[in-house]
Design a protein around this ligand. Structure first.
Ligand code: NJP
Length: 237
């Protein structure tokens, strides 16, 4: 309660569910999305009585925009307790059909975006001597799949980034972990949330519950990783 959280990719899907769940827990929120939709998430929450919500139409891959968002969050709420690096894009096709522009963009959003957001909050968390940084990675950050090499590579990258950073900052009381979901019913990769064929998939709220669990663990506990997937999803994929 009263904690300040930045959530990227909160316009829809998993990020929006995290925003609702954290608001219900009494958090103050800074919500990031690259489209105008982000303001709708903010308006929805305010209508439900959650007044401590700021929205930022910002591209996570843009360092200047993200730094400004973090400064404005500090000005407004005074601290940052939680960063959820959730914004992400994905597409699934063979390597030979993947263009260099697609390769660059998926790395910009999924990897560079995580680096930029994390780097921007670290000085504030270090000063506070506390903070939690959670990245929504993927099961494909652990298991490779065919026809998803570029996306898979970005998720392996953020696993490495988070693991290394966790060791670097624990002496400051900062906890870094990842959540690695299997198939979640959202708008991901141009799909539609609520489509009938996805009824047995994880719900966005399931991932939001995992975020709450990780972020509210006792201060002496670090949860490195939560892996969760629908019962119907078998591994290796
Ligand atoms: O996808 P979707 P999810 N800057 O498309 C935002 C991972 N994951 O909720 O920019 C800032 O419904 C976008 O907002 P907007 C996945 O890799 C998923 O499923 O305004 N924000 C929207 O809010 C990703 O990391 C599954 O259009 C940007 C959000 O990101 C995370 O879960 C499985 C942005 C995407 O919402 C959330 O994805 C898995 C930018 N440049 C991992 N670009 C799954 N769904 O099955 C996009 O293992 N956004």
């Amino acid at each position: 309660k009263g904690q300040v959280a930045i959530i990227t990719g909160a316009s829809r899907g998993i990020g929006k569910a995290i925003a609702h769940k954290l608001a219900e827990k009494g958090a103050k929120l800074a919500l990031v999305g690259s489209s105008e939709e982000i303001h709708k998430t903010g308006e929805e929450l305010k209508k439900q009585g959650f007044v401590d919500v700021e929205t930022f139409q910002v591209d996570v891959a843009n360092e200047e925009q993200m730094n400004r968002m973090v400064s404005e969050t500090i000005q407004k709420f005074g601290r940052i307790d939680l960063l959820v690096n959730n914004a992400g894009i994905g597409f699934f096709k063979p390597v030979e059909e993947t263009t260099i522009d697609e390769w660059k963009r998926v790395f910009e959003v999924n990897v560079q975006g995580v680096f930029i957001g994390t780097k921007a909050v670290l000085p504030h968390m270090k000063k506070q001597k506390s903070g939690t940084i959670i990245t929504i990675s993927s099961d494909v950050g652990r298991y490779t799949i065919p026809n998803g090499a570029a996306y898979t590579a970005t998720k392996y990258a953020v696993q490495g980034f988070s693991g290394s950073l966790a060791q670097e900052v624990r002496e400051y009381g900062i906890r870094v972990g990842t959540i690695n979901p299997g198939m979640v019913d959202t708008y991901f990769a141009n799909s539609v949330q609520g489509a009938p064929e996805k009824q047995d998939w994880l719900k966005a709220e399931d991932i939001a519950d995992a975020v709450v669990y990780m972020a509210s663990a006792p201060k002496h506990m670090l949860i490195d990783e939560i892996v969760l997937h629908p019962l119907i999803q078998k591994y290796p994929i």
